[in-house]
Design a protein around this ligand. Structure first.
Ligand code: AMP
Ligand code: ZN
Length: 117
């Protein structure tokens, strides 16, 4: 399968790795939007939340535990950070492999989302 994040998970293309265990890998976003911008992905290919079911949903616990590890590694755990999942077309999901963005390292991350029609 031609999936860039599967290739990162397999070590076939390089990434700035922050954390890894059997289930997940975290690496810095190639185009950071904040001083800290790290992605956490499952090693197993899932397109997005729509692919979750009762059998595989425990991956989300692994992902969020990894978010906590990344926040500690990056020194933003106490100050706070934002996590975000772009899920599907309307959210402009560009990479079709489930990923959680972690944003931090700023005094304030601003409002949650811009108000628009
Ligand atoms: P999304 O719009 O949520 O699908 O965001 C995909 C994110 O993946 C973007 O923030 C990209 O900058 C990031 N990205 C794409 N390719 C790579 C890569 N090879 N290494 C690290 N981050 C990447
Ligand atoms: Zn993939």
């Amino acid at each position: 399968m031609d999936c860039i994040f599967c290739k990162i998970a397999a070590g076939d293309i390089p990434a700035s790795k922050v954390f890894e265990n059997e289930e997940v890998i975290a690496f810095d976003d190639i185009n950071p939007q904040t001083p800290v911008h790290t992605l956490v992905i499952p090693k197993k290919h899932l397109v997005n939340i729509n692919d979750l079911n009762k059998e595989n949903s425990n991956i989300m616990a692994h992902i969020f535990l990894a978010v906590k590890e990344v926040a500690a590694i990056k020194g933003i755990k106490e100050k706070g950070y934002r996590i975000l999942i772009n899920n599907g077309e309307a959210a402009h999901q560009e990479v079709g492999h489930l990923h959680v963005h972690i944003f931090g390292g700023r005094e304030s991350l601003g409002p949650m989302i811009k108000k628009s029609k």
